[in-house]
Ligand binder design. Sequence first.
Ligand code: ADP
Ligand code: ADP
Length: 220
Amino acid sequence: MITIKNLNKYYGKTKVLNNISIEIKKGEIFAIVGHSGAGKSTLLRCINGLEEYSDGSLQVNNKEIKSLKKENLREFRKKIGMIFQHFSLVQRKTVYENVALPMQLWGYKKEQIDKKVNELLALVGLDNKKDSYPNQLSGGQKQRVAIARALTLEPEVLLSDEATSALDPNTTTSILNLLKEINEKLNITIVLVTHEMDVVKQIAQKALLLEHGNIIGFDD
Ligand code: ADP
Ligand code: ADP
């Protein structure tokens, strides 16, 4: 479903991704592992079209990302959910409002939004926190809100950028279990970036080791 071939990425004259080739299949949980600065986030941002790669090929469902026009890119990005280390919630909005946001931006009807938000809050185990604000939640709960929000537009892929790095080990495990459940129940492909080997061991089916922009290992 995601095919990357001989991809290179430069920032100015600095090469941050060197000749990356990967095949990620539908339904997989695929990890990209490496130290800080290895190029993990850059690769993830290339996959969701937030960042342009310099050369090589990156196809999602047989579509070359680089050749997508602006309006198609917007449509394409709808199919890709993303979660982050620091959750990226809107502080002055409630849990419900945070999760509803993407559907509102896309102009969905109120009833559709209500149905979806309630369904997802139940899935992530937060139906009793609808009216809470982010600062009233634990780290794990905040990430659950972010996960629900990432699923509202029914993506085919969920990208996770260090989503458990700010959480303690027990909370990390509960979030990883939730991600596994989402992968199995909703058949969503998960690509996760992490610097923690423990995370990889707990969840990933395949893992790629990245160092200074190079693939230095592959584990399947
Ligand atoms: P990781 O996610 O593995 O920590 P990044 O993808 O964030 O690594 O960064 C890879 C390298 O690219 C680092 O050396 C970083 O400093 C550099 N880099 C990241 N983003 C930019 C940018 N927008 N401009 C210039 N250099 C960048
Ligand atoms: P994270 O560790 O969460 O990936 P970073 O602090 O590495 O975040 O990067 C935050 C932002 O700064 C990103 O948008 C990234 O592209 C940019 N960035 C990172 N490194 C550099 C750099 N060396 N020069 C310019 N921008 C950078």
